[in-house]
Design a protein around this ligand. Sequence first.
Ligand code: NAP
Length: 227
Amino acid sequence: MKKNVLITGANRGIGLETAKQMKALDYEVILTSRNADEGERVARDLGVRFHQLDVTSAKSISALKDHVDAEFGRLDALINNAGILLDRTDGILNLPEEKLRTMFETNTFAPLMLIRAFLPMMLEKNYGRIVNVSSQLGAISNFSNYTPAYRLTKLALNGITLMLADAVKGKNILINSVHPGWVKTDMGGAGAPLGLEEGARGLVWAATLPDDGPQGGFFQDGKRMDW
Ligand SMILES: NC(=O)c1ccc[n+]([C@@H]2O[C@H](COP(=O)([O-])OP(=O)(O)OC[C@H]3O[C@@H](n4cnc5c(N)ncnc54)[C@H](OP(=O)(O)O)[C@@H]3O)[C@@H](O)[C@H]2O)c1
């Protein structure tokens, strides 16, 4: 039986490329996107399944969970890829509160809610790989006042990775944070040094770890990073 993988924010950028690479590894890909028309179109072009998902909507997460449960009865890998960066021109002292809250909803709370929705299925089968797509900008060892909210959301996401790894200790469920590198996407911009293929590679690595793979780490392209 094919393993399956669910990817959030997969209508473009690193998420879409990850869907391509996972399909090439013969995974059953559930591509999700908040815009149904766009998601359906790219999923059709790629020959993978599609389901609508706005990661900030509890109703949307619940509908997706019911769908995956009814269709497969399990989820082998979850890639929390959807993310936003809205505060390139703001500092910590003038960052609008609304931006701070919106970014935490998408980058931090949503991955946690998705994990909480799908973890019971993983625990039931005693198999799961969870990838929290983080960023080097969230490494506290390297903090500055540039993109303050984005940094905080990814720092907190890394905290979630550590806590969940502890919560599933002893189970065959491996959860890790992955920094894709600075990648040419709408978010990364045209000046980024890495292409999509290289950016998605580290996510695919973490989603397909063997049973003795690492747990609760922070990686880029399979190599450990400082928190
Ligand atoms: N590119 C880089 O250099 C870089 C570096 C470090 C980390 N990252 C991380 O890598 C991940 C992917 O980034 P990217 O560069 O591929 O960005 P991107 O091209 O801007 O794509 C972001 C994706 O997230 C989706 N998204 C945003 N809010 C959503 C929501 N509420 N529900 C569902 N989907 C939502 C977007 O959907 P819409 O099309 O509907 O907006 C889009 O598919 C992010 O977590 C980002 O923080 C990127």
